[in-house]
Design a protein around this ligand. Structure first.
Ligand code: GYE
Length: 305
């Protein structure tokens, strides 16, 4: 990777007005995602109107309604939660403005309300996290006590990572989720939820945190409780941010599943196609992998986010 922001314009995007409603500033992933979209828009000559919603659906609704009144050429957004978008999407359609759903999926009754969805396969990410645990505890007999620090309640990545993880750990009945809580994809909330688990349960073996920030918060809570993260308690996270991979290389996290935020140039390509009447696939999936300690050491030096 690394070259994703270098995609040239000239594919119909030049001068196009794009309204983009972003979730917020909750994580390293999100900051990298916003930067990627800004860079790619500049490179493609797209006139970007970017609004940051501070994690609130009502802010996103207000921004999208402003995009509609301003009659932008394309609306794109990363929905903070999955449900509750039908009316708004209908308003965009009535105004004749195509909508591209980015990063997080919406749950709509009518999927023709958006042109395409560009984002990661969150179910596959959750599955990869679960498969690592199944493999790691293959030879152990007896219960493995897992706690889950989930992403923002109602968001697509929280719902789908939970589902993929649950599906994978079913392969071993000894693997049991004994507690779960909403970490809101932030470090502070991840730390607080983990502190609560440590106070409520003894003998926690493993943590599945839905992103790196939550996992790094859990590291702090575990250390504060006098235990060694990565050794006494195993930690699996998603994203593969630089801080996540650094903690993995140090052995404080145990496994990190990649979720790639650098989708700006793919988004601008879709914007160009949509505004020039070309057909686009209904679903575009971002490529990603997963890292153990050795793999983290190998890529850490040139990680961009
Ligand atoms: O994993 C998390 C961010 O929607 C994929 O949101 C994104 C998630 C990402 O806050 O760090």
């Amino acid at each position: 990777g690394g070259g994703e922001d270098a995609a040239p314009g000239g594919a119909g995007q030049d001068g196009v007005r794009l309204g983009f409603s972003q979730v917020g500033t909750e994580s390293a992933w999100r900051l990298a995602n916003t930067r990627s979209i800004e860079h790619a828009a500049t490179n493609a000559g797209v006139r970007l109107d970017l609004r940051i919603a501070d994690g609130k659906q009502e802010n996103q609704a207000a921004a999208i309604r402003e995009f509609i009144s301003a009659d932008v050429d394309v609306i794109a957004f990363s929905p903070v939660v999955e449900t509750g978008w039908d009316t708004l999407l209908q308003e965009a359609r009535d105004a004749g403005i195509p909508v591209i759903v980015t990063d997080r999926m919406v749950d709509t009754t009518d999927t023709s309300l958006f042109v395409t969805m560009l984002g990661s396969d969150f179910t596959a990410e959750g599955r990869k996290a679960g498969e690592w645990l199944v493999e790691h505890y293959r030879d152990r007999h007896g219960r493995v006590r897992i706690v889950e620090i989930e992403g923002t309640a109602g968001s697509a990545p929280a719902n789908q990572r939970r589902a993929g993880f649950a599906e994978a750990i079913k392969a071993d009945r000894d693997l049991q989720v004994i507690g779960s809580g909403d970490g809101d994809f932030t470090r502070a909330q991840g730390e607080q939820v983990m502190a609560g688990f440590l106070a409520a349960h003894t003998g926690i073996d493993a943590v599945f945190a839905h992103n790196d920030d939550e996992g790094l918060g859990a590291v702090e809570a575990i250390e504060a409780a006098g235990k060694r993260p990565g050794t006494d308690i195993k930690i699996i996270t998603v994203d593969a941010s630089r801080d996540g991979l650094a903690a993995l290389a140090e052995g404080r996290l145990n496994y990190v599943v990649e979720c790639n935020p650098l989708l700006g140039s793919q988004l601008m390509e879709l914007v160009g196609k949509v505004t020039t009447g070309q057909t686009v696939p209904r679903r575009v999936v971002v490529d990603e992998t997963a890292f153990d300690r050795e793999a983290a050491k190998a890529v850490l030096h040139n990680r961009q986010y």
